[in-house]
Design a protein around this ligand. Sequence first.
Ligand code: HEM
Length: 519
Amino acid sequence: MCPVRGGGCSWPASVVGSVTAALLLAAVIVRLFVPRACSSGIIKGRRQVGAGAAGGARLPAGSLGWPLLGETLAFIRAAYSPRPESFVEKRRVLYGKVFKSHLWGSPAVVSSDPEVSRAVLQADASAFVPWYPRSLMELMGQSSILVLGGGLQRRVHGLAGAFFKSPQLKAQVTLDMQRRVGRAMDMWGRRRHRSMGDDDSGGMPVRVQNEAKSIVFEILVRALIGLEEGDKMQYLRQQFQEFIAGLISLPVKLPGTQLYRSLKAKKRMTKLIKTIIQEKRKKMMSEGGDDLRGGTHPRDMIDVLLGNGNDELTDELISDNMIDFMIPAEDSVPVLITLAVKYISECPLALQQLEEENMELKRQKSGAGETLEWTDYMSLAFTQHVITETLRMGNIINGIMRKAVRDVEVRGHLVPKGWRVLVYFRAVHLDAAVHDDPHAFNPWRWKERPDVVAMSGFTPFGGGQRLCPGLDLARLEASIFLHHLVTNFRWVAEEDTVVNFPTVRLKRGMPIAVTPRTC
Ligand code: HEM
């Protein structure tokens, strides 16, 4: 078993101080921007609770903290510490697994109870709708799948899920990823040779996070909008990086602010993507739509949405969503890969078993003169356990927020209308009552639990109607990267720490000094 070493978050106090100040300001601004109707609903809700209303359900115990600020600062302080879950753990001891708090300018019910969380995830838009910080809502737009509700969300979700799960897309992604990873790893080998001569101590460190980001972005963007590598791809990535920097920023869009720059970048991306959509529409018209509606398979996600022939799927909606779908390409999947490399670097037993499994597959395939297919990667049992365990420990998405559209009872707990619910995956994934020795990286724990998607104590991809449609794709890309890394290189990892807030990432990008394998 491998207790995870390091992991300490060493943000300088000045950074914590200034970010905290910025967030304090954000909390005040958010409070000022919260619609009045919502505030009065909250007060009404609290009175009802006192009177024991809503079918006997009770508001959970807890503290609403300071006026206006609530407990947001305590949450952020914990988020910057090596144990972000300590905010929930402390209150769990005092109030239980479900408690009330006040976060991001609103009263909230926080759940670290697997069954309550599952019920919230499975509830539909008549009970809860997604809630995101104001800057994020502004940047994503009203037609983003992340905020859409009802029939349109289900339609886009269904189309995306079917496409991302299709064997044709998985085969295309596998080919693209193998080619792109192969090229990047050739460069690592050559760079090492140039900088170190022939000794075995490793050359210039490779930063896994950066490498994974540029590889995964290109592969997923091709799957989404059909764009090939080249100048337009470079341009799109630059704009996307500007866009993503504003997702969690002050909700002020004056010239000079991050939000303003991010909105401008989104406009430029939208222009590029709309041109692609229009070209595809023209092509469809000239071919009578046969190419997409008929026998041949859609080549990318735009083809899928256009081929559906639904008038609600406007160019605006398609381009907005293509941009949102790029977020996991730049963020979640590369972070999954990077965390997996960190954890296996710290756990020699797991690394050895991963190498053996992947070397065995490589030998078998090259012995039979065959190339690897997506099914080969996905059938590597131990590799999949490594990815599952990385998702559990890494908590790439710490949790999700919903807003109650009416008084809702969830397994005996009342969530008053207008309140938020924070479904905090991280506290469940690291709860000793749910997973033995939860801070130890132990891929073997998954041997006896084949159906991880159905488990309520393991929800890195969410659940219910909004269960991540890209979950197979994320696993496939991580498996391909790990296969090529462990079968082509040995490496020495430098010290690095996981930063958990506002998004999960490795502080130094996970530098490793690689040496090509000779056997
Ligand atoms: C490690 C990688 C990933 C993680 C941890 C992850 C996690 C999640 C989570 C937790 C949700 C649920 C959000 C909610 O309930 O509000 C979600 C939704 C979503 N994910 Fe992923 N995701 C990953 C990769 C991907 C990939 C590769 C794609 C496809 C390009 C993707 C596309 C989406 C979309 C479109 C939604 C919104 C679904 C909806 O609201 O109907 N994700 N993801």
